[in-house]
Design a binder for this molecule. Structure first.
Ligand SMILES: [Zn+2]
Length: 262
C-alpha cells in the first residue's frame, strides 16, 4: 500500500494494527556512462513495487536525493550532503512518528546515505522508535554471493535491467572504468576512495572524478564488470531481495520498542 494513494482515515485504520512504514531512499548521481543517474533511486522504487505485491506494509513516497558529494564533479549529480539528508529524513520521520509510526524501514539504494540513515535511526531510537536500514546491494550479495557488486558494476546494471532494459546505454557496457592512481603509483587505487599501502587499505576522501574517467568503480569486487549483467539476473535478484524484505518487515513490525531515552 502506498501512503500517497490513501486518505487519512485509511492511515488511521492502518495505524490501528501496524505502526510500520517503509521509506525508499535513493540518490541522483553518476554511475558511469552505461547507467542512468537515477540508478540508486530506480532500484529501491522497484523493490518497493515488488514489496507491495508481497506485503501489506505501508510505503511512503521515496526520497530520491541523497548524500553523494564525492560524485559532484559529474554533470547532473545532485547531493544533499550528509547534513542535508539527515535534516530531510529526520523531518519526514518525526512527522510520521507524530502520527503514530514507530517502526521505520529504509530501502536504501546508495552507500553514501548510510551515515545519515544511521544518525536518524539513533534519533528515532532515543524517541522510543526503531529504524531498520536495508542496503539492497549488500543484502543481495549476502543472499547470493554471485550477485555481489560495486558502484556501476554487474549487480547494479542487472538491477536497472530488471527495471527497464531500455535504461542501459549498451554502447558503453564494455567500457573500462578508467581508474588512475591519482596519488601516485606508491599508493595504488584500492576501493571507492581507498588506496593500498603495504597490504592495508587506507581511506583518503577525495572526489571520484579525480580517480576515474567515467565514474564506475568496482570496489574490491574485481571482475564485477557491467557487461556480465543480464535482465534475468536482475529480476531474480530483486525478487529475492523483495521476498526477504517482506519476511523481514513482518518480523521487524513486531520488534519490541525501546524506552524513550533522556
Ligand atoms: Zn549505485
Amino acid at each position: 500500500m502506498y501512503l500517497a494513494k490513501m486518505n487519512y482515515l485509511q492511515v488511521e485504520d492502518y495505524l490501528q494494527h501496524n505502526d510500520t512504514i517503509v521509506i525508499p531512499v535513493g540518490s541522483l548521481e553518476n554511475h558511469g556512462l552505461h547507467l542512468p543517474l537515477g540508478t540508486d533511486a530506480l532500484i529501491p522504487e522497484e523493490l518497493a513495487r515488488l514489496l507491495d505485491a508481497r506485503s501489506p506494509l505501508l510505503i511512503a513516497p521515496a526520497v530520491n536525493y541523497g548524500a553523494t558529494d564525492d560524485l559532484a564533479g559529474f554533470a547532473g549529480t545532485v547531493s544533499l550532503g550528509t547534513e542535508g539528508l539527515i535534516s530531510l529524513l529526520r523531518s519526514i520521520c518525526d512527522q510520521l512518528y507524530r502520527h503514530g509510526f514507530r517502526h521505520f524501514i529504509i530501502l536504501n539504494g546508495h552507500g553514501g546515505n548510510t551515515a545519515a540513515i544511521q544518525t536518524v535511526g539513533l534519533h528515532l531510537y532515543n524517541k522510543g522508535a526503531l529504524l531498520a536500514n536495508l542496503n539492497w546491494w549488500l543484502m543481495a550479495g549476502q543472499l547470493n554471493p554471485a550477485w555481489a557488486g560495486g558502484h556501476g558494476g554487474g549487480e547494479e546494471t542487472a538491477g536497472v535491467m530488471a527495471v527497464d532494459p531500455a535504461l542501459i546505454k549498451t554502447e558503453y557496457l564494455h567500457q573500462p572504468e578508467g581508474i588512475r592512481n591519482d596519488l601516485g603509483d606508491a599508493l595504488p587505487y584500492e576501493a571507492w576512495t581507498n588506496v593500498r599501502y603495504k597490504g592495508v587499505s587506507v581511506s583518503v576522501p577525495r572526489r571520484i572524478d579525480a580517480i576515474t574517467d567515467n565514474g564506475w568503480l568496482v570496489h574490491s569486487f574485481r571482475g564485477d564488470v557491467p557487461d556480465r549483467a543480464t535482465p534475468e539476473w536482475g529480476r531474480q535478484m530483486l525478487a529475492s531481495v523483495a521476498d526477504y524484505i517482506a519476511d523481514f518487515g513482518e518480523v521487524f513490525a513486531k520488534a519490541p520498542l525501546p524506552v524513550p531515552q533522556k
